[in-house]
Design a protein around this ligand. Structure first.
Ligand SMILES: *[C@@H]1O[C@H](CO)[C@@H](O)[C@H](O)[C@H]1NC(C)=O
Length: 243
């Protein structure tokens, strides 16, 4: 990734590491042109991950012009910016729209989509044998498991749900989630467990030779067959390692 501009306020990377392949997914501020029309008050009202779902590439009046995109699809990575998201109903979900970003049809062994849950919405279950990871970028949703434990997922919180894990995901007002689903592949005897957490509760990890802040959202044990890395860059910072 070489799209680092000194004017970017902060860049979030979600790095999904799947057993044999590493996929860099970047939800970055867009920035060939700044958007001077946005006042500071408007900026303050925007939620933490506003740029995940809102085009920031061009001035308002150019936003929907064909060809105005920074999206790039390659065999080993993709940068999919908001102007490329196309929302449609998600099978088995109620009152929700999804935009698929990565699918097995593109050669991956996982699916990644944005789910926009509207008022009184409910998620469908993943297919049998498929694990699910949710990350909240806007609003909040509640997760109920088979024991009846209800957990509220706010912005920046996440949940890992093992394959065939009985759960309900519901939303009263609105929520936008990043969802990863994948056919569980580990051959460990011990199955993974449900995990619910928040990014800021995770310890900062050492990144020798690098300046960004690194957090890992899932345990690094073999029964979890993938991990999600959150990499925070300050303005002007970039990866030193050549990918
Ligand atoms: C449901 O979640 C609660 C709280 O995290 C946990 O104690 C309980 O074991 C979970 N139940 C199942 C079936 O995983």
């Amino acid at each position: 990734m070489t799209h680092f501009l000194p004017s970017l306020p902060s860049i979030l990377f979600l790095l999904a590491v799947f057993s044999t392949t590493t996929v860099n997914l970047c939800f970055a501020d867009g920035g060939f042109c700044s958007v001077p029309s946005v006042t500071e008050t408007e900026e303050e009202q925007k939620h933490l991950y506003w740029k995940v779902t809102n085009p920031t590439l061009s001035p308002d009046h150019l936003r929907d012009l064909p060809g105005f995109t920074r999206s790039v699809y390659k065999t080993d990575h993709a940068l999919i910016t908001p102007e490329s998201h196309v929302f449609s109903p998600i099978p088995e979900w109620t009152n929700a729209l999804g935009a698929y970003m990565i699918t097995p049809a593109m050669g991956s062994h996982f699916v990644m989509y944005l789910a926009k849950m509207k008022e009184n919405s409910r998620a469908g279950r993943p297919p049998s044998g498929v694990e699910r990871f949710l990350f909240v970028v806007q609003g909040s949703a509640s997760l109920t498991n088979a024991s009846g434990a209800i957990q509220k997922l706010m912005v920046d919180s996440y949940a890992y749900l093992p394959p065939n894990y009985d759960h309900e995901l519901e939303c009263v007002e609105s929520a936008t989630l990043i969802v990863f689903e994948r056919r569980y592949a580990s051959t460990m005897d011990r199955l993974p467990e449900q995990i619910v957490g928040s990014t800021d509760e995770q310890p900062l990890l050492e990144t020798p030779g690098e300046v960004f802040e690194l957090r890992k959202l899932l345990p690094q044990t073999l029964q979890y067959d993938f991990n999600i890395h959150i990499m925070d860059f300050q303005p002007g910072e970039f990866l030193n390692v050549k990918a």
